[in-house]
Write a protein that binds this ligand. Structure first.
Ligand SMILES: [Zn+2]
Length: 212
């Protein structure tokens, strides 16, 4: 058990808060099932946990996390699509009302993609293939401003990655159906966790707007 005491202590605090002080919460979530209004696609990065950042309660958000908060293209190839399976469940079974893509600053996935693109070493067996999905975000960032490099290129690519994921999300037939029916809204957010800032994509102005 050595090394995991912090987590076990955390569970004790959780149990005190959610079972001893609010004994009905999980009984209700069992009796009525989960009914989250929100699905969130966030990065696996340990610093950007959506339940912590958005201060939600158990049952509030259906959380989908992967490297770089990506929605891959819709592919019916019989392979193992974890993110797509979670999206399918969120939309078709849970009937969430909102899907929110949350990209973030200093994302290691985006950094790995840029490094590889600039001739650096590709990371791992799976990371390089997964972050190849980001190449278009990098291209879009450079097309918008060919002079970008360094941190500016990275943060522009991170924001473009959110938009790319939104574009991919809209190609899933069950997502498109729910959006067309007016039952589902799609959102792109960008979290600058180091400045404590959250930006929300406004499709009308085509800008990320910093929230107060
Ligand atoms: Zn990340």
């Amino acid at each position: 058990m050595s090394g995991t005491e912090t987590l076990l202590n955390g569970f004790r605090k959780f149990r005190e808060m959610y079972y001893e002080k609010a004994p009905g919460l999980y009984q209700n979530l069992l009796r009525h099932g989960q009914n989250p209004r929100f699905a969130v696609v966030a990065c696996s990065d340990s610093r950007v946990d959506p339940a912590i950042v958005l201060q939600t309660e158990p049952g509030d958000i259906f959380s989908i996390r992967n490297v770089a908060a990506l929605v891959p293209p819709y592919e019916e190839d019989g392979r193992y699509h974890g993110t797509s399976a979670a999206l399918e469940f969120a939309v078709k079974a849970l009937k969430v009302e909102h899907i929110i893509i949350i990209g973030h600053a200093h994302c290691g996935g985006v950094e790995a993609m840029i490094r590889k693109h600039e001739g650096g070493k590709a990371g791992g067996t799976f990371i390089a293939a997964w972050t190849d999905l980001l190449r278009e975000a990098h291209e879009r960032a450079l097309a918008a401003d060919p002079g970008l490099d360094g941190d500016a290129l990275q943060s522009a690519s991170e924001r473009q990655a959110v938009l790319l994921s939104l574009d991919n999300l809209a190609t899933f037939p069950f997502v498109l159906d729910a959006v067309t029916a007016g039952d589902l809204s799609l959102h792109g957010w960008y979290l600058n966790i180091f400045d404590g800032a959250l930006e929300v994509w406004n499709p009308d102005t085509e800008t990320f707007e910093r929230q107060s």
